[in-house]
Ligand binder design. Structure first.
Ligand code: 0L1
Ligand code: MG
Length: 262
């Protein structure tokens, strides 16, 4: 680690305060340029532990930077992961309150519900599909705590990969019922198409992305549990929205999910 325990603690408090007070902050690496990816994951872990201490539960994992386009934009060759907590779960029938965010953006994803534990360092996409009970359509709201969504890889990892909120569609499908790489998706805002995409945008196949994350966790002796939920990565770029907007993602064979904002 490049940062000592005191510096890590300070960064956790800095990021949590930005989230609670709903304000953009200067990215961490402005003040701690030496922060490594290892430091960033350690900070992320402490940040989630703090949320748990405040009553939230860890309910799964989210992946980020799973598309070639986003990786090229950031100049990286790897995805990233963060944790989902109970406080991030939004309900499809309840409009989300814009006031709880800083500068939110919405993106369409495929969610995995695990029916078995998954741990290891050689886990494959087929292993992931075997351990998955259902897949479902999802919309993730990302809300980087950093000014103008500008950050380095270490910054975004420390910030739990910009996680803020997510909503799930009500249709649950067994993963052997369709080829997730070929699932097409249309993303609209107020009925106007913003983007189209396919499951293959997520590291070639969303289950590949989940396998990557499981292997990363496995290197640290960690894993995922039966009942965990995983947001496997965005099928298109993310779009900003405002109070009064309704976002909708329609997936071939998977159904749809929408999110209204007040
Ligand atoms: O879920 C995501 O893909 C977000 C990862 C972090 C990068 C960003 O905030 O755009
Ligand atoms: Mg996402």
């Amino acid at each position: 680690m490049a940062l000592n325990a005191e510096a890590q603690k300070e960064i956790v408090a800095y990021l949590l305060a930005a989230e609670k007070e709903r304000r953009e902050v200067v990215k961490v690496t402005e003040n701690y340029p030496a922060m490594s990816i290892e430091d960033a994951y350690a900070i992320q872990e402490q940040l989630i532990a703090q949320k748990e201490a405040e009553g939230e539960r860890r309910i799964g994992l989210k992946l980020g930077l799973t598309s070639k386009a986003k990786q090229q934009m950031m100049g990286v060759h790897e995805a990233i992961y963060g944790y989902l907590t109970s406080g991030m779960l939004g309900l499809e029938w309840e409009p989300v309150d814009y006031q709880r965010f800083i500068h939110p953006k919405a993106e369409p994803e495929i969610a995995f519900f695990l029916g078995a534990d998954l741990q290891g360092t050689n886990v494959t996409a087929d292993d992931v599909l075997r351990a998955t009970r259902y897949v479902a359509p999802a919309i993730e709201i990302i809300d980087s705590r950093y000014l103008n969504f500008k950050f380095t890889l270490a910054d975004v990892v420390a910030d739990n990969c910009s996680s803020a909120c997510f909503t799930l569609g009500s249709k649950l499908v067994a993963p052997d019922q369709l080829d997730l790489a070929k699932v097409g998706m249309v993303f609209t805002k107020n009925g106007v198409v913003q983007a189209t995409g396919a499951g293959a945008a997520v590291l070639g196949h969303p289950a590949e992305a989940v396998a990557w994350a499981v292997n990363k966790l496995g290197e640290q002796g960690k894993g995922l549990k039966k009942g965990d939920l995983i947001l496997s990565g965005a099928l298109s770029e993310a779009f900003a929205f405002e109070p009064g907007d309704t976002i909708h993602a329609q997936f071939d064979g998977l159904g749809s999910v929408s999110l209204a904002c007040r």
